[in-house]
Design a protein around this ligand. Structure first.
Ligand SMILES: Nc1ncnc2c1ncn2[C@@H]1O[C@H](COP(=O)(O)OP(=O)(O)OP(=O)(O)O)[C@@H](O)[C@H]1O
Ligand SMILES: [Mg+2]
Length: 294
């Protein structure tokens, strides 16, 4: 017997066939431990890609401590919370930043209980579908921690951009996050960024160690996206509310962003065209959403 979601499912399947092969890469940005540099990295990486002509959006999914607007020195009119509450559509909530990068701030106090987060996932899924093909990449910057909403959303994305620092606690918490995800179900392709490295040698040592452990104990084939140097330009950018990629484009950390941007589109990352039309992007997100719900 067809269930209530059947008409919607059919509509989406039909759309999958008839819409253009444009696809938007959905990238969840996460870490185990907080404060490792996720928001600064995703914002500056998104700006780097946008400056190169890519269409990029950043959704601030850190509902407790939203701060992408603070890093950009703007006052947001709407938040992702308003989108999840159905007050406004995602496309209307998106603000336009430098280089036409689009973004929406998080807002505070989202429900973390299961029933409301389920509703939030459904609403965001619906909103994301309206954006398919409009962007090359949509980054969702999740806060630290691992609530029900976060875990659901991260699982539905194409890629998990995992940020660690060389500190043992950061690496251990990132491992715990991946382990928790594997226990709860599937894990998207994981790309690792090692932030705050004093040297590339130390970054490589952290990456190698982490890759080995998650490969051996979690059977996850983690790929390295790159390293980001420890650089005082980051805290200066935070204090001045001007992203370092704009305020200090010659800084070591800005150069690292260019490398990350390059790696994002190198053959490190599976080609979106060859990768199978239904396996990436917002359509794939939907597919996984329905599969997950049986
Ligand atoms: N590469 C770096 N070099 C120097 N300092 C850095 C670097 N990356 C991050 N920091 C410092 O860490 C602080 C926290 O960064 P950020 O807010 O981006 O972390 P986060 O992971 O998003 O935190 P949260 O988990 O709270 O969302 C920055 O304000 C900056 O002072
Ligand atoms: Mg953050």
């Amino acid at each position: 017997m067809p269930d209530q979601a059947e008409p919607l499912r059919r509509m989406i399947q039909e759309k999958m066939v008839f819409t253009s092969p444009l696809r938007t890469r959905l990238v969840a940005v996460a870490s185990g431990k907080g404060g490792v540099g996720k928001t600064n990295i995703v914002l500056n990486l998104a700006l780097t890609l946008a400056a190169q002509g890519k269409k990029v959006a950043v959704l601030d999914g850190d509902f407790g401590f939203s701060n992408i607007d603070i890093l950009l020195g703007v006052k947001p009119e709407y938040s992702l919370q308003d989108v999840l509450d159905g007050k406004i559509t995602l496309s209307k909530a998106l603000m336009t930043g430098p280089y036409n990068m689009r973004f929406v701030s998080g807002g505070a106090g989202i429900a973390t209980d299961d029933s409301r987060s389920q509703m939030a996932v459904s609403r965001l899924s619906k909103e994301l579908q309206t954006m398919d093909g409009e962007f090359d990449q949509i980054f969702i910057d999740f806060g630290a921690g691992f609530g029900a909403l976060t875990s659901e959303m991260m699982r539905l994305c194409d890629e998990l951009l995992l940020v660690v620092t060389p500190e043992n606690t950061s690496v251990a918490d990132a491992y715990a996050l991946l382990k928790m995800m594997t226990v709860r179900g599937s894990v998207p392709q994981v790309y690792l960024v090692v932030n705050r490295v004093p040297s590339f040698v130390e970054g490589a040592a952290t990456a190698d160690r982490f890759k080995l452990v998650v490969g051996k104990f979690l059977s996850i084939d983690l790929k390295l996206l790159g390293y980001v140097m420890e650089d005082t330009a980051v805290s200066r950018a935070v204090n001045r509310q001007i992203p370092f990629i704009i305020g200090e484009p010659q800084s070591a950390v800005a150069k690292c962003m260019h490398q990350l941007a390059k790696n994002s589109y190198s053959d490190l990352i599976p080609s979106m065209i060859e990768g199978g039309i239904n396996e990436h992007g917002i359509k794939a997100f939907f597919k996984r959403f329905f599969n997950r719900n049986g």
